[in-house]
Design a protein around this ligand. Structure first.
Ligand code: IMP
Ligand code: MG
Length: 177
């Protein structure tokens, strides 16, 4: 498929919103002691790196790998946990950091999976929310931007493993051929 990339959210706008999210999280967890940020690889890596530096609290990092799209643009629905946490989360304050919530299947699965370990609290922070596409209800505690039903890339997010290092958020526009 031939496609063009249009800018959806520029780098400055991303940076400003990510800073606000970090500050909000800092305020809400000020009295909670240490938190654990759980990034879902690979899409959340860039977002988490920026977000974490705006949270002026002790934050541990951990990561999970959950099965993704492969090289298509469709969600697989059958979400598999491919890499579990290294840290013990029982009794701790956990924030799942995700790039996009689309159908909701990924975050529903990860949330249920981590909830079984009885963290002190478990919240979800996503850079992007595509509410029009939601198929299962998941509580989103922090969301950077609500976007329409378009396929996005950049700022950590890929299309068939490409474009993750674009500094802005782009929209994939298929070209007629
Ligand atoms: P969900 O399980 O349908 O909510 O899918 C969430 C995952 O699908 C995200 O973590 C992304 O990895 C991927 N995804 C959803 N929308 C897009 C997109 O527009 N571009 C790239 N990946 C996407
Ligand atoms: Mg993802």
């Amino acid at each position: 498929m031939d496609y063009r990339i249009d800018v959806l959210i520029d780098a400055d706008t991303l940076a400003e919103r990510v800073r606000e999210l970090g500050q909000t999280i800092e305020k809400e967890y000020r009295d909670s002691g240490e938190i654990i940020l759980v990034g879902l690889l690979r899409g959340s890596a860039v977002f988490m790196a920026d977000l974490a530096r705006h949270i002026g609290l002790d934050a541990r990092f951990d990561f999970m790998v959950v099965s993704s799209y492969g090289s298509s643009m469709e969600s697989s629905r059958d979400v598999q946990i491919k890499k579990d946490l290294e840290e013990e989360i029982r009794g701790r304050h956990v924030i799942i950091v995700e790039d996009i919530i689309d159908t909701g299947y990924t975050l529903e699965k990860v949330r249920d999976f981590l909830q079984l370990r009885k963290p002190a609290s478990l919240k979800i922070c996503t850079l992007l929310d595509k509410p029009e596409r939601r198929e299962v209800k998941v509580p989103v505690d922090y969301a950077g931007f609500t976007i329409p039903d378009v396929f996005v890339i950049g700022y950590g997010i890929d299309y068939a493993q490409k474009h993750r290092n674009l500094p802005y958020l782009g929209k994939v526009v298929p070209l007629e051929s």
